[in-house]
Write a protein that binds this ligand. Structure first.
Ligand code: NAD
Length: 356
C-alpha cells in the first residue's frame, strides 16, 4: 500500500512527522513517499500543486496531508496561492465526500465553551459534499445586473446547483457511514427556500429506500445550526451540501474547543482518500514545537479505517490517543491546570509508547 505524504507549510511538517512515526510503529508494510505542496510547492517548483506531487497523489492508495498556507504567500495571485493545492487535489482526485468527526473526549470537556454536560462525550460526524454547490457552480462573476430591482447596477453572482448523481453518491456515503455507527442520519438543507435543496431532499429521501435500517431526519440549516449549539449530542451523522457543510463543520469543530484534535477525510467513489487535520497551517506557532499533532495522528487512523482497510490498526491508534489524554498529557492548545504540558514531539512519543 502506497501512502503519499504531503506535509505542506507552517506546522504541517512538524505534525506530519509525528503521524508518520505512528504509522511506522504499527508493524505494517507501507510504502511512504513525500512530496512538496502548497507554499513549499510554490517555492520549489513555482506552483502550489507541482506535477510530480499530483502524480504521486494520483498513484497512491491514500494521501496524508499536513496543511498549507503562510503569510508570505498572501500577495500571490489566487491561482498560485498555497490553498489552491488542496482545492486542486479535491477536484483532480474527485474527492467529493468530506468526513469530519467532532469528538469531545470526556478528559477535554473543559476545553469547550459550552457546558460540560452539553458536550462531554460528544461523538458526531459531519459529511459535507465537497465538489459541487455554489462553490463550483457556473456561471459566476461580476456583471451589470440584467434585471431585477437593481437592473443596470454592478452585481456579484454565483450559481447554486446540484446534479442528481452528485446528491445520490453523497447520500450513499452518508447512509453507509451511518450504518457503521448509530444508524441515525440527519440531512440538512434549505428546502423551504431553495429549489436546489428541495431537489436534494427528494433525492436523499429516495436513496433512503435502500437503507431501511437507518433512521433519516430532514432539518433546515438554520435549525441545524441552533441544534448543534443547543443539544449537539442528539446528532449521529449529518449530511449536507458544500456551503452549509463548510459552516456547520467549523461550528461543530469548535464545540470541542480544540481544533488541534480534529481529523478529517475526503473520499472519492472508491474510498481512496485524502486525510488531513481540520485546522490550517498555524503559521503563528510554526517552528515552536508546540503544535498539537493529535488531529494529524487521528487523520492517519481514519486513513487506515476508510482507505486501507485496517480498522484494527485505526482502533489501536485511537485507543493510544485516549490513553495519553487519560495520562493528563496536553499540548499548549488544550492545556488546563492540573495537566502536564508537552511539546509536539513529546506528544508524538507518548502516543508511540501508548501504542506499544
Ligand atoms: P489555523 O487553523 O491555521 O489556525 C487558527 C488558530 O488555531 C491559530 O491560533 C493556530 O495557532 C491554532 N492552531 C491550529 N492548529 C493547531 C494545532 N495543531 N495545535 C495548536 N494550535 C493550533 O487557521 P488560520 O490561522 O485561519 O489559517 C492559517 C493558514 O492556514 C492560512 O494560510 C489558511 O489559508 C491556511 N489554512 C489551510 C487549511 C488546509 O491546509 N486545509 C485549512 C484552513 C486554513
Amino acid at each position: 500500500m502506497k501512502i503519499a505524504i504531503l506535509p505542506g507549510d507552517g506546522i504541517g511538517p512538524e505534525i506530519i512527522e509525528q503521524a508518520v512515526n505512528v504509522l511506522n510503529a504499527l508493524g505494517e508494510k507501507f510504502e511512504m513517499e513525500t512530496a512538496v505542496v502548497g507554499g513549499a510547492g510554490y517555492a520549489a517548483h513555482g506552483h502550489p500543486l507541482p506535477d510530480a506531487t499530483l502524480k504521486l497523489a494520483q498513484e497512491a492508495d491514500a494521501i496524508l496531508f499536513g496543511a498549507v498556507g503562510d503569510y508570505q504567500y498572501d500577495a500571490l495571485e489566487r491561482s498560485l496561492r498555497p490553498e489552491q493545492a488542496i482545492l486542486g487535489l479535491r477536484k483532480k482526485l474527485g474527492l467529493f465526500a468530506n468526513l469530519r468527526p467532532a469528538i469531545l473526549y470526556p478528559e477535554l470537556a473543559g476545553a469547550s465553551t459550552l457546558k460540560p454536560e452539553v458536550v462531554s462525550g460528544l461523538d458526531i460526524l459531519i459529511i459535507r459534499e465537497l465538489t459541487g454547490d455554489i462553490y463550483f457552480g457556473q456561471p459566476r462573476g461580476v456583471r451589470t445586473a440584467p434585471d431585477g430591482a437593481f437592473k443596470g447596477e454592478r452585481e456579484g453572482f454565483d450559481t447554486m446547483r446540484y446534479a442528481e448523481t452528485e446528491i445520490r453518491r453523497i447520500a450513499h456515503v452518508a447512509f453507509q457511514t451511518a450504518q457503521k455507527r448509530d444508524k441515525r442520519l440527519t440531512s440538512v438543507d434549505k428546502a423551504n427556500v431553495l429549489e436546489t435543496f428541495q431537489f436534494w431532499r427528494d433525492i436523499v429521501t429516495d436513496v433512503h429506500k435502500e437503507y431501511p435500517d437507518v433512521a433519516l431526519e430532514h432539518m433546515y440549516v438554520d435549525n441545524a445550526a441552533m441544534q448543534l449549539v443547543r443539544a449537539p449530542k442528539k446528532f449521529d451523522v449529518i449530511v449536507t451540501g458544500n456551503m452549509f457543510g463548510d459552516i456547520l463543520s467549523d461550528a461543530a469543530a469548535m464545540l470541542t474547543g480544540s481544533i488541534g484534535m480534529l481529523p478529517s477525510a475526503s473520499l472519492d467513489a472508491n474510498n481512496k482518500g485524502l486525510y488531513e487535520p481540520s485546522h490550517g497551517s498555524a503559521p503563528d506557532i510554526a517552528g515552536k514545537g508546540i503544535a498539537n499533532p493529535l488531529a494529524t495522528i487521528l487523520s492517519a487512523a481514519m486513513m487506515l479505517r476508510y482507505s486501507l482497510n485496517k480498522a484494527e490498526q485505526a482502533d489501536r491508534i485511537e485507543t493510544a490517543v485516549k490513553k495519553v489524554l487519560g495520562q493528563g498529557l496536553r499540548t499548549t492548545d488544550i492545556h488546563e491546570s492540573g495537566t502536564t504540558k508537552v511539546s509536539t514531539s513529546e506528544m508524538g512519543q507518548a502516543v508511540l509508547k501508548a501504542l506499544a
